[in-house]
Design a protein around this ligand. Structure first.
Ligand code: CAO
Length: 448
């Protein structure tokens, strides 16, 4: 294990900039590219990353020190082969300089990674008012909090709005501890919210009115029933998804007159085998075809990336005496309608008996929730995170539909597609719904 000195790389015009944060201490393990200190000039703050992985041996700077390119930040007992190669001469791709011997020994792969450790400056002081991203809200003002990039990243991960955090650092700078303290405070104020129940302060932490505390017994006889386990779990999931995902629901209608006739005919043909073909099986098949065409619906958000899945596992909401569960049909793209009907019936039966294995409820890429067997004309389903869309299906009804010359009796199926507006635009959702409705109207297209 070699001891190396990690130095301040080329940081452009910045000279004699103040160390405002020290992010590591002796004994800490650091990885390549991990931020070590934050420096700040009049104009910007930036983090100085490590060129090597290893264990911090000694710090060579403290808060308030002034550093420039080449100043030693710390001594590191570096792991063999975990050092970024010597930085090229250009400032843009400069990395923290390691001793030449170490740099030469670095494997080619590490050399390729070196440019990634370029420090990125961010404005140091609250900037001028900026318009919000929504065009129709151009008057809105965003107040920029005074915090280093790592504090901003930390706050982002926890979903903390930095403009609400009071900074305890020099010049009211917000530190990691301030963000931690703010989160602790919010949790303490809200009380650890039990799933499916109103938090103790009923949202006071969000600036909302307290949840009404009513003695219901004053108004008439009551009975208090504890929520079933599944309901408590699903309530917590639904609550999070509803609060965290900006939902929009697109409504469409599919003419399933021909499809229903086919379903009835198939059921007649397969009566002896005991397979009942349901509308759900056709919906799964049609959804897979639509998901294959519109890949961003078969995806999940992962930070700032969209993970597109090349497998099509379809979940469907099943109503059980114990509450809502979502069994998942794996590889629905490789199964025919009869197989989908058989498998969904088996999974629904298992769900009702409470016998689903956890693995039978995992890995879904898209969910269908059908209330068609019960009734209703439309609803707004809640997305099953980390999926980005869900299809709600209501009861089909025979209605007069104008064909350009006369009203025809057509069996119309209402579809309600909720989507995550961070990932999917309204136009894409409308295209998905229209395409799905066309597939259901002419099911031959589903096999194209
Ligand atoms: N329009 C009209 N009739 C419909 C229909 C629709 N969209 N969907 C189903 N039906 C009919 C079926 O044909 C069946 O009629 P028959 O008995 O005469 O053949 C009857 O309604 C019952 O169907 P079903 O709902 O039991 O069967 P399915 O395969 O369509 O659905 C399942 C299976 C598991 C989705 C369903 O049983 C279920 O649990 N639905 C509730 C889902 C739910 O709770 N969603 C909300 C979640 S969010 O709170």
């Amino acid at each position: 294990m070699a001891t190396i000195e990690v130095k301040v790389p080329d940081i452009g015009e910045f000279r004699d900039v103040e160390v405002i944060e020290v992010l590591v201490k002796p004994g800490d393990r650091v990885e390549v590219e991990q931020s070590l200190i934050t420096v700040e000039s009049d104009k910007a703050s930036m983090e100085i990353p490590s060129s090597s992985a290893g264990v911090v041996k000694a710090l060579k700077v403290k808060l308030g020190d002034k550093v420039s390119q080449g100043s030693t930040v710390l001594e590191l007992d570096a792991d063999a082969g975990q050092t970024a190669a010597a930085a090229p001469a250009t400032a843009a791709s400069a990395s923290v300089a390691a001793p030449p011997a170490q740099a030469t020994a670095a494997p080619a792969q590490a050399a390729l990674k070196a440019p990634a450790v370029t420090p990125q400056p961010v404005p140091a002081r609250p900037g001028p008012p900026a318009a919000s991203l929504m065009g129709n809200d151009a008057e809105a003002v965003v107040v920029k909090a005074h915090a280093s990039p790592s504090v901003r990243r930390f706050a982002r991960e926890l979903g903390v709005d930095l403009s609400r955090v009071r900074g305890s650092g020099p010049k009211q700078r917000i530190l990691h501890d301030d963000v931690r303290a703010w989160v602790k405070d919010v949790v303490a104020q809200a009380g650890a919210p039990a799933a499916g129940t109103a938090p103790a302060t009923g949202g006071a932490a969000l600036g909302l009115l307290a949840w009404p505390q009513v003695d219901f017994a004053k108004f008439g006889p009551i009975e208090s029933r504890p929520l079933a386990r599944i309901r408590r779990i699903s309530a917590a999931n639904l609550h999070r998804n509803w609060v965290m995902i900006p939902h929009v629901t697109n409504h469409e209608e599919a003419d399933i007159t021909a499809l229903e006739a086919l379903r009835v005919q198939l059921n007649r043909e397969n009566e002896k085998q005991g397979i009942k073909v349901t509308m759900l099986a056709f919906l799964i098949k049609a959804c897979v075809a639509a998901l294959q065409r519109f890949a961003e619906f078969n995806a999940s958000l992962d930070g700032e990336s969209l993970v597109l899945k090349r497998y099509w596992h379809i979940g469907f909401a099943a109503d059980t005496p114990a509450g809502l569960v979502v069994p998942v049909i794996r590889d629905a793209d490789r199964k025919g309608v009869l197989e989908l009907a058989r498998e969904s019936a088996e999974l629904a039966a298992k769900a009702r008996e409470g016998k689903l294995a956890p693995s039978e409820m995992q890995g879904g890429t898209f969910t269908i929730t059908s209330l068609g067997g019960i009734g209703g004309t439309s609803f707004t389903p809640i997305i099953n995170a980390p999926e980005v869309a869900i299809l709600g299906v209501s009861r089909s009804t025979m209605r007069p539909v104008w064909d350009g010359a006369a009203f025809q009796p057509r069996l119309m199926l209402p579809l309600s597609l909720s989507y995550d507006h961070r990932v999917i635009d309204g136009a894409a959702a409308a295209r998905f719904s229209v395409y799905l409705a066309r597939l259901l109207a002419d099911f031959r297209r589903a096999v194209l």
